[in-house]
Each structure stands twice: as structure tokens, then as C-alpha cells.
Write a protein that binds this ligand. Structure first.
Ligand SMILES: [Zn+2]
Ligand SMILES: [Zn+2]
Length: 1025
């Protein structure tokens, strides 16, 4: 028989069965029975009534099953046919009738032998059997409904939901779940009193849970269908989805409450092992998590409706729908699922890592057999980037938030393992990769819903500082997740590159997940800090500060290392939701709080734990600032906070000899300083260009508006030079004075590191001065005077509203200096104030030769040089290492990284000559009169000051040319900001001297300048090390 003729026939059978049921339930005697709760003992007549009811329900159930099977086979025609069938069933009150019977039986749950429900016979006479057949019927009905898609689906689902609600089944359902939870608690108490336990509730929960799960799925369908329906016009679809969502929110919320309340007693059931079949317990606990997942999906669709329909919905409706996310129990559910997803990602990463280890071991064994020397060097290289990620999902405080603690995670893990299955190796790897991708996306959704929860409850001010979602445990969980998400994202990228199948869709969902997680992390941080009214607790930062720094840097680094379409997508998505440009504000708030001091100036912002954090993890601290500075998302007005934060790293590193001996930390700081300089130069150049355009236009229009933002950027060299740079020399001076006392091996590296930072600093000042020179005095003045753009300093809040705490930079100096010329002289003063102490340090280190007559110690270059360090420190440190003679001193210099800088006068005669000439000319200059002379009205004094400025910059220029550098691109006019750091980007080495470049282009462009220094290095037998 052809299927299209069978179909109506089966439908007719269903309809006939439904009609029979309806007629039966309209019978007076059955109605009378159903009006009272089920009696404990049934009369023969009642038994007969129930038997016929059972029979009828069973008939409908079987007819529905058959109809569903044939509908599934009919594919395309199924939707229409299914809808027609369901319409008829709705008319016949089929759902209502089954629900009526079920809710009747549920009034006496103690009569239900749920354990035997599945095996019960047809047309028996007990309450259990009636209940079971009604349950089966409803299940079959919902299954058919689930398969029905299309425009009618919403109407049908709402119709069925109404019919389930009418006899009070939905209330019964939630009540029964609550009851089963309550009874669990009672049973626990009973157990303590050694009383027998009836194992009915676990199974009742499983049965009801099954039905609830179907219901939640059906509801998800009705919300999701209009959203994804291609044919419907977006506003109409959105409105339909919103209407359905709004109705369902009210029905679903009580059920979700009941569900969450079942979690703890269900979990406790595993501890109480007596009385329950362990497989039943496991099934119920799994069922609980399945329900949570389905509920999570429903919530996801709700959040999507909110996202899509924000414009179309009235404020009142919007608030009502948002309300579900602000519900504490919903928040709890989201947090629990987020923990489970985090755990899954953690496990996948560990499995992946173990697999890599095995492969490496295998590879190493092979290498060993062929050549024993190379294998030991290969191993660490390949494991790089696999730093451990702490398992905060297992933190005791987190486990407290999960029903059953560790057992909750174990069940989720077992569930996931079932999903991956026992594949062969290759298939298992693919399945694990797919699992990681899907976990990432799910975690992203839970994170975004949690974000929605937090912001909703903060709007209603219903979130207090003790809320679990604001706890340290939750924050740590999100930090862990952020790092895991970055890993999963990179994995996926690598895999797609390998398979060359660049599915843009997959890329963008993973990227969106990473951004969502970051946004959620920032929102939680913000809420937690605000609720506590202070920064994160110092002990938390002491223990987990590194994780915070790494987690905040991770998404920025992903952005910087991704390429092509993906980078473009990530950049535009990040620019749209604006999350990624707040990493540094999050750091500031976490370590120093977000309460701005009213009217506080740049220099008086609270520092909190920032210096301690910078000192404890200088590498990670600088890496975070570095990648933020290099990001294309960094706005000019956000640069100031980077400038500010970097100050603490400068202070931390330069005031500590041990820190200076840590070459990775020094390289990190050097890289960040260099990136900051590049940015400042870039912004200044852009501002100069914009200003030219504006001034060109202003010649015609007379009024120039709208260029303020660009103009403000023009003062960045001044800000950088006056804020970060001056901190460097005094700190160095303090530390340098201590070198002569200590003479350990770390001090020889510290001396070399100091030389490196100081030379780099001189180069930076030169770059800034050149950029400023090119932009001209007019631009600097305009930039101080412009008031349009704010410079963001910190997260602030007031009256529950968040904002950026910002400052407007004012012209410097006294009122009478607020002229183009006055500001320009002040800028020159700033540069000279930076250069002067540098020269002292360089002289102390022996990079600048001592004055010609050693008796003229008082006339030594700048006046403030400490008397204690008359002898060049390089000599001190090399003496301490060499046994005797010059050959050993050169070997000790080579041990220290950047040691070549300390020997610069020996290596490069031209540098020695220029430096000596400078010392000759200005050795007796009184630097303390500099400001006076710069602003002097006496022409010769002003000319002297101008000469000092010129000569000092020229000295920096010659030094920069003579000192080949690593860590940064050696080309001072390099403008590239690609890569996560200057150090990472500068991967090309000069083959002769080993200085670094970011690209062949930069190397070529710099050769004319570098040539002379390079030859000197080669002649001296030195490399940059
Ligand atoms: Zn370069
Ligand atoms: Zn070279």
C-alpha cells in the first residue's frame, strides 16, 4: 500500500481513539470518580471504569505511535499531515483528557507504583496503570508535536500547553517534582532514623522529568521556529517568537524553579545508597542534567529573541522577559551548566595534551634511535604554550554551588563520554575536536546568558554582594573558561588550516563564543567589584593574579595572531560589542577598585594592588598591556590607561635587581615600551594628517569642529614622555647605586638589562621627539586646548550606572606659557628632563665615556649623579667576573644578554667620539638652570637651551644607530604593530650581528643606517646575544 494512502487511515485511527477517550471521559460515572482524589481501595465498578479508561488511553497511545512512525517516513509531507492531525486532536481535547487523568492520579502519588510502570499490562485496573497510559499518551502526543514544524507549530504548541494547563497538570507537575524533592528530604531524615524507604520518588522524578523534557523541547521549538523560519519577514517572525516566549516565560519559570529545587535532594540520593536501585539513581541524576540542558536551550532561545527583537518589543514586555534571567534560580542553573561545560573543555584539553605528549615521546624515541643529540632540544619547544590551566571548576567553593559537588561534574563527564563514544583513534580525535568546538559554543551561550542575568538583576538591584554569581569561585571559573576558550579556538583554527576547509560559519561561532565569554567575564568582574565596593581581595590577586593577567590577555592575543577573514571578523565583532577594548580597565578595577576619587588627577589615581601585581608577574603584566597597545581596537582615548599601567611595571622592574636579572621580564617591558612609543607616534602622525585636513577646510569654513578627537591624540608623545618615561631614570639611579655593592652573577645581568632599557628609552624619546617635530608646535598647542575627547582612565560608577572615568589633559605649565611657543618649549623641557638622567645612567654604566679629566668629578655630566658610583659599573661587574685581563671580561659580557651595549665605546669608535664630544661640550652645563634658560628672554640663554636640546637628541640618534637591539624591531621608523608583542613580531635576525627585525622590508629599509654599527660589531667579534 502506498504511504500517502496509509497516512489518512492512521490519522483516522488516532482521531477515532481520541474521540473514544473524549466520550468516555464525558461519562457521568467516570467524571464523578475523577472529581475526587484516587481512593486507596478501588471498588469493582471503579476498577472497571479505570480499565476502560486505561484501554482507551492505551489505544490512543498506540495509534499515535503508529501515526508518528508513518509521519517520520513521509518526510516532506509529514509536517502538513502532522499539523492536520494535531489540529484534530486539539479539537477532541486529547491533551486535556490525558492530562486530566494524569493529574487525578498524581493527587495520590503514594498509590503510584512507578517502578513497575514500564512493565505494566494493558487495560489493568490500578491507578498506576491509568497514570502510566496517560503518561505514555501524552509522551506520544508531544513527540508528534515535536516533529511538527512550520508556521502552524506555534499555534499547536500553545494549544497543547493550554490543554495541559487547564486541568492543572502543569501545576501538578511542578508540585509533584517539588513533592518528590520534599519526600526525598523526608526520606533522608527517615533514613537517619533507620526507617524503611519507599523507592518511588526517584522513579517518579524520572517519569515526570521525561515529560517535562519533552515539554521544554516543544517550547524551544515554538520560540526557535519563527526565529529561523526563512519565509517569515523578520519583524513578524520576531513578534511571533516574542509573543510565544512571553507566554511561556510565565509557564516555564515555576517549572524551572521546581527543577532547580530537585537538584540537591537528587544528588543526596546517591549518598544514601540504601533503598534505591543504583542504576535508577544514576538515571534520575542524569535525567536532571538533561533537563537542565534542555532548559538551558530554552533560555538560549529566549535570549536570542531578546537579542533579535530588542527594537520591536515594548519596554514592559522586554522587562518581563528579561525577568526570567534575573531570577536567582535560573542564574544558579546557568552557573551550574557553565561549570559543567568548563569541566568538559578542561578534560578535552588535558586529553589532547596527553595525546601530544605520547606523540612527542614516540617521536623522541624515534629520534633517539637515529640521532641522540637533537631529541632533547626538540621536546621543550613543542610543549611551549601548554602552560597548565588550573581546574577552578573543582574548587571547593565552586563544588558547593553544584548539587552533589564533584558527582555533578562526574555525571556530566560521563554523559559527554557517551556522546563521544568509543571510536577508533582517528575518529576519536575528530570527535574530541568536535566536542571541544561544541563545548566552546555552549559555554559561550551560558556565559552570555549569565551576563544577561547579572545585568538584569543589577538593573533591579536585586543582586547582593553575597550572590554566588559574584563569588570568587565564579570569577575564577570564568578566568579558567577564558583560557580554555582561547585554547579551543586555537585548536579549531589549526584544524581548519590543516584540512584547508575554511568554514567561515564555524570560525565565526567560535569567535563569538570567545567574545561572549570575555564580555561575561568583564561584566562579572565589574559587578563583583562594584558590589563589594572595592577591588578584588589582595589574597585572591596574590594567588591567582597570573591567571587574571593571562585570561585578560588571551582574547587580545587571539585577535592578534589570527589572520585573514577570521581576523577581520573578530575585529568587527569585537568592535561591535565593544568588549575587547576594556581589558586594561578590568585589570585596573580588579587590582585597584573602580571608585574614582572625585576630581582626582592622573597622578593621584589609586594604585591598589597594581604595583604588587606588576612586581609579582612582570612578564604577564607587560604582555597584557603590550597586546592591548598593539590591538587595532585600541582607541586613542584608551591609550592613557596603558601608559599609566605601564608605569607600575617600569617601577617594579627597575627598582629590583632580581627583576632586572629576569631577561624575559625585561624583554616584556622593553616590548611594551616600544609598542607604546609606536602607538604614540602613530596617533600623532594621524592627528597631524587630520589637522592638516581640518585646517585646509577651516580656511574656507572658518570654524573647525570635529577634529578634537584626533587632536587630542597628538599630545600622546608629551603624555608618554611626561608620564612613563621620567619614572625610568630615577628608578635606575636608585638601583644602579646598589650594583657597586653587590657583585653576584645576577647583578651582571641586571647591569646589562639596565643598559638595554636605557638605550631603548633613549630611542623612544628620539622617536617621540621626531614625531612631534614633524607634527609641529601648532598641533601640540591645539591638542592641549581641544576639549572634545576624553582620556579614559578607569571604570567608574555612579548611581548604579557604569561609565568611564576620564580626564581631559590640560595645557601644562603656568598661565603665561599657554601659548604655542610656550607649550613647545615645555615639550622640549620634558624631553630634556628625560634625557638628562639617562645620560647619568649611561655614564655610570660606561656606555657614555667618562669626562676627559677624572678630577672633574663634580663637573660630571648631569649634576645629580650619585657620588658613590664614580667608576663605570660595567667595569665593576666585569671585574667581578673575570679572573684577569680583558679576554675574560668580554666573556662575562657575552654571558649577559644585551652585554654588547655595555662595551659600546670599545665596539663603536664613532659612538665613543660623539659621546666624548658631547661630554666635552656640555660637561659643565648646569642642568638645573635648564627650565630658566628655555624660557629666558635673553637671546643667548635661549639659544644655549636650544643647542642642548638639539645636541641631546643628536646624541640619542647616534646612540640608537650605534646600538643594535633585539626584542624590538631594530628599525626605528618601523610602524608595524602586528603580532602579540614587539618581541614576538621581531623574528628576523641580522645574520651578522643578530639584531632583530619584524620583516625583511624593515631590515632592508634599515640597512643604510645599521651598516656601520653592524660592521663594528662584527669587527669586535660581538653579537647581540
Ligand atoms: Zn619593523
Ligand atoms: Zn647587523
Amino acid at each position: 500500500m502506498p504511504p500517502n494512502r496509509r497516512l489518512p487511515q492512521e490519522q483516522q485511527q488516532v482521531i477515532a481513539a481520541a474521540r473514544k477517550l473524549q466520550q468516555l471521559l464525558r461519562g457521568a460515572r467516570l467524571q464523578q470518580l475523577l472529581q475526587q482524589p484516587p481512593p486507596a481501595f478501588l471498588t469493582a465498578q471503579q476498577q472497571q471504569l479505570l480499565a476502560s479508561c486505561c484501554d482507551s488511553l492505551q489505544g490512543l497511545h498506540e495509534a499515535l505511535q503508529e501515526a508518528q512512525a508513518s509521519l517520520a517516513a513521509a518526510a516532506a509531507a509529514a509536517a502538513a499531515a502532522g499539523q492536520q492531525l494535531l489540529s484534530s486532536l486539539l479539537q477532541l481535547q486529547a491533551a486535556h483528557n490525558a492530562a486530566l487523568v494524569m493529574q487525578w492520579a498524581l493527587q495520590r502519588p503514594e498509590l503510584l507504583q512507578v517502578k513497575h510502570m514500564e512493565t505494566c499490562g494493558i487495560a489493568d485496573e490500578t491507578v498506576t496503570d491509568v497514570w502510566a497510559s496517560a503518561h505514555n499518551t501524552l509522551r506520544a502526543l508531544l513527540t508528534v508535536l515535536l516533529a511538527a514544524s512550520g508556521s502552524e507549530a506555534a499555534r499547536l504548541v500553545m494549544g497543547v500547553t493550554q490543554q495541559l494547563q487547564q486541568p492543572g497538570l502543569l501545576d501538578r507537575l511542578s508540585l509533584a517534582l517539588g513533592q518528590s524533592a520534599q519526600q526525598q528530604e523526608q526520606q533522608q531524615q527517615q533514613q537517619q532514623q533507620q526507617q524503611p524507604v519507599a523507592p518511588v520518588d526517584i522513579n517518579l522524578f524520572t517519569c515526570l522529568g521525561e515529560l517535562l523534557n519533552l515539554l521544554l523541547n516543544v517550547w524551544s521549538l515554538v520560540i526557535a521556529t519563527p526565529l529561523y523560519l526563512q519565509s517569515a519577514a523578520p519583524p513578524a517572525a520576531a513578534a511571533a517568537a516574542a509573543a510565544a516566549a512571553l507566554t511561556l516565560v510565565h509557564v516555564a519559570l515555576p517549572l524551572l524553579h521546581q527543577l532547580q529545587r530537585c537538584g540537591a535532594p537528587l544528588a543526596a540520593a546517591s549518598a544514601a545508597e540504601t533503598g534505591f536501585d543504583s542504576s535508577d539513581v544514576t538515571r534520575a541524576q542524569k535525567g536532571f542534567q538533561t533537563l537542565q540542558t534542555t532548559a538551558g536551550q530554552l533560555l538560549q532561545f529566549l535570549s536570542e529573541v531578546l537579542l533579535v527583537c530588542r527594537q520591536e518589543l515594548s519596554k514592559e514586555v522586554l522587562m518581563q522577559m528579561m525577568g526570567i534571567f534575573g531570577d536567582p534560580l535560573v542564574m544558579e542553573l546557568l552557573l551550574q551548566r557553565l561549570a559543567a561545560q568548563t569541566m568538559l573543555l578542561h578534560q578535552l584539553r588535558r586529553a589532547h595534551w596527553q595525546q601530544q605528549q605520547q606523540q612527542q615521546q614516540h617521536q623522541a624515541d624515534q629520534d633517539n634511535s637515529s640521532s641522540s643529540s637533537s631529541s632533547s632540544t626538540q621536546l621543550p619547544g613543542r610543549t611551549a604554550g601548554q602552560q597548565p590551566i588550573p581546574a577552578f571548576h573543582q574548587h571547593p567553593d565552586m563544588l558547593q554551588l553544584l548539587p552533589g559537588g564533584q558527582a555533578y561534574l562526574d555525571i556530566a563527564a560521563a554523559d559527554a563520554e557517551d556522546a563521544i563514544g568509543n571510536n577508533t583513534n582517528a575518529a576519536a580525535a575528530a570527535a574530541a575536536a568536535a566536542a571541544a568546538a561544541s563545548s566552546l559554543v555552549k559555554a559561550g551561550w551560558y556565559a552570555v546568558m549569565l551576563l544577561c542575568s547579572v545585568s538584569t538583576s543589577r538593573q533591579h538591584q536585586s543582586l547582593d554582594s553575597n550572590a554566588p554569581v559574584l563569588s570568587d569561585a565564579t570569577l575564577l571559573l570564568l578566568l579558567e573558561l577564558q583560557l580554555l576558550a582561547a585554547w579551543a579556538f586555537r585548536q579549531q583554527q589549526q584544524q581548519q588550516q590543516q584540512s584547508a576547509a575554511l568554514a567561515d560559519h564555524q570560525d565565526s561561532t567560535a569567535a563569538a563564543a570567545v567574545l561572549n565569554i570575555n564580555q561575561s567575564l568583564l561584566a562579572l568582574l565589574r559587578a563583583a567589584i562594584q558590589a563589594r565596593g572595592s577591588s578584588l581581595p589582595p589574597e585572591l590577586l596574590q594567588q591567582h593574579g597570573l591567571l587574571l593577567l593571562q585570561a585578560l590577555a588571551a582574547p587580545m592575543q587571539l585577535l592578534m595572531i589570527s589572520t585573514g577573514n577570521l581576523k577581520a571578523h573578530l575585529t568587527s565583532a569585537a568592535a561591535e560589542n565593544g568588549a575587547l577594548d576594556e581589558q586594561l580597565f578590568a585589570l585596573r578595577a580588579a587590582a585597584a577598585g573602580m571608585t574614582p576619587l572625585p576630581g582626582s588627577e592622573l597622578g593621584t589615581m589609586p594604585t591598589g594592588q597594581l604595583p604588587a601585581l606588576a612586581a609579582a608577574h612582570p612578564e604577564a603584566y607587560c604582555a597584557l598591556i603590550d597586546c592591548c597597545l598593539r590591538s587595532p581596537l585600541l582607541k586613542a582615548e584608551h591609550t592613557l590607561i596603558a601608559t599609566q599601567l605601564l608605569q607600575y611595571a617600569v617601577a617594579a622592574l627597575l627598582s629590583c635587581e632580581a627583576a632586572l636579572a629576569n631577561t624575559a621580564a625585561v624583554a616584556g617591558l622593553a616590548s611594551a615600551l616600544s609598542s607604546l612609543t609606536k602607538r604614540a607616534v602613530q596617533f600623532t602622525n594621524a592627528a597631524a594628517q587630520a589637522a592638516q585636513d581640518v585646517w585646509a577646510a577651516a580656511a574656507e569654513v572658518k570654524e573647525a569642529d570635529g577634529a578634537d578627537g584626533a587632536l587630542t591624540a597628538a599630545n600622546f608623545p608629551a603624555v608618554v614622555a611626561s608620564r612613563v618615561m621620567p619614572d625610568l631614570p630615577p628608578a635606575v639611579l636608585d638601583t644602579a647605586a646598589s650594583y657597586s655593592v653587590s657583585s653576584s652573577s645576577s647583578s651582571s645581568q641586571a647591569v646589562a638589562s639596565t643598559a638595554f632599557l636605557v638605550v631603548l628609552h633613549a630611542r623612544s624619546l628620539l622617536q617621540l621627539a621626531d614625531a612631534m617635530e614633524a607634527a609641529g608646535p601648532q598641533l601640540l598647542f591645539e591638542s592641549w586646548a581641544s576639549e572634545g575627547a576624553n582620556n579614559m582612565l578607569a571604570w567608574g560608577f555612579e548611581a548604579g550606572k557604569q561609565f568611564f572615568y576620564s580626564t581631559i589633559l590640560r595645557p601644562q605649565g603656568q598661565q603665561q606659557q599657554h601659548t604655542v611657543d610656550g607649550q613647545w618649549r615645555l615639550w622640549q623641557l620634558t624631553v630634556l628632563k628625560g634625557v638628562a638622567p639617562l645620560l647619568i645612567v649611561l655614564q655610570l654604566l660606561g656606555v657614555v665615556p667618562p669626562p676627559p679629566s677624572s678630577t672633574a668629578a663634580a663637573a660630571e655630566l648631569p649634576l645629580t649623579a650619585p657620588a658613590a658610583s664614580a667608576a663605570p659599573l660595567a667595569a665593576v661587574s666585569s671585574r667581578s667576573h673575570g679572573t684577569s685581563g680583558s679576554s675574560s671580561s668580554s666573556s662575562s659580557n657575552q654571558q649577559a644578554k644585551w652585554g654588547h651595549l655595555l662595551r659600546l665605546p670599545l665596539i663603536n669608535a664613532q659612538w665613543a667620539a660623539v659621546a666624548a664630544a658631547f661630554v666635552d661640550k656640555w660637561g659643565s652645563f648646569d642642568w638645573s638652570t635648564l627650565e630658566e634658560q628655555l624660557f629666558s628672554c635673553c637671546a643667548s640663554e635661549a639659544e644655549t637651551a636650544r643647542q642642548v636640546y638639539q645636541d641631546a637628541l643628536q646624541l640619542c640618534r647616534v646612540l640608537t644607530a650605534a646600538a643594535p637591539l633585539t626584542v624590538v624591531c631594530n628599525n626605528p621608523s618601523c610602524e608595524t604593530l602586528a603580532g602579540v608583542s614587539e618581541a614576538a613580531a621581531s623574528c628576523k635576525a641580522c645574520s651578522s650581528c643578530g639584531c632583530r627585525y619584524c620583516s625583511v622590508e624593515c631590515q632592508r629599509a634599515d640597512w643604510r643606517r645599521h651598516k656601520q654599527a653592524c660592521r663594528c660589531m662584527v669587527a669586535a667579534g660581538m653579537t647581540c646575544g
